[in-house]
Write a protein that binds this ligand. Structure first.
Ligand SMILES: [Zn+2]
Length: 215
């Protein structure tokens, strides 16, 4: 099992790219955010613990995250790991657990896009208050302004996507990248991938790094 790490700022399109890449390359897209939500929903022992911690407004501990990921390492097939690690401590521990190379961490893919592009993607997003459908004022506008095409509900901007919140989210990511990019560069594992343009083109660039050309 090889593990590829997928890194990139919020709004860069990690989830979409990961889904396209894994559909082509046959890898498993493992998002730590999704794992956490699934564990909480399934009320597993780890999920209950995570729910308590998050309920207190605290971050889930490294021990809990590593325990959650342990199930993934037992399965077959290559993994595209999305959203983890976020700190140097986590990166070191992951390397201790998996090693590097063909049966460990194969590489870290850093998706990059100009900040203006990311801000436009996030700040233009509108979500239906009623059914949760997502639109974008420029890239996927509803046929009637402010109204959901699917159910007629009111579209709103999530608090997370307001300019001030977006600025903070990008700052948090910049701090993580300032630590993780040099960490993986020093090990010869870092691959910068331009994340502008169509999702298919972004996925094709990632597949090229994975050594699995788009066919
Ligand atoms: Zn709707």
């Amino acid at each position: 099992m090889a593990v590829w790490l997928l890194m990139g700022p919020p709004g860069v399109g990690k989830g979409t790219a990961a889904a396209l890449v894994c559909a082509r390359a046959g890898c498993r897209h493992v998002s730590t955010g999704d794992l956490l939500r699934a564990a909480v929903k399934a009320r597993t022992p780890l999920g209950l613990e995570a729910e308590q911690v998050m309920g207190r407004g605290e971050l889930v501990s490294d021990d809990l995250m590593f325990a959650l990921l342990e199930d993934e390492w037992r399965q077959r097939g290559d993994v595209l790991l999305d959203g983890f690690p976020r700190t140097r401590g986590q990166a070191e521990r992951l390397e201790t657990r998996l090693g590097t190379g063909d049966s460990g961490i194969r590489g870290a893919i850093g998706l990059e896009a100009p900040e203006a592009v990311i801000r436009a993607r996030l700040e233009g997003r509108r979500v239906c208050r009623n059914c949760g459908a997502t639109f974008h004022i420029r890239f996927r506008p509803p046929s009637r302004g402010g109204v959901c095409d699917r159910c007629g509900g009111v579209l709103e901007q999530r608090p997370d996507d307001r300019p001030e919140a977006v600025r903070r989210r990008l700052e948090v990511f910049a701090e993580q990248r300032a630590v993780l990019e040099p960490y993986y560069r020093q090990r010869g594992l870092y691959h910068a991938v331009e994340a502008t343009g169509e999702p298919d083109s972004i996925a094709a660039r990632i597949l090229a790094v994975l050594g699995k050309p788009w066919e």
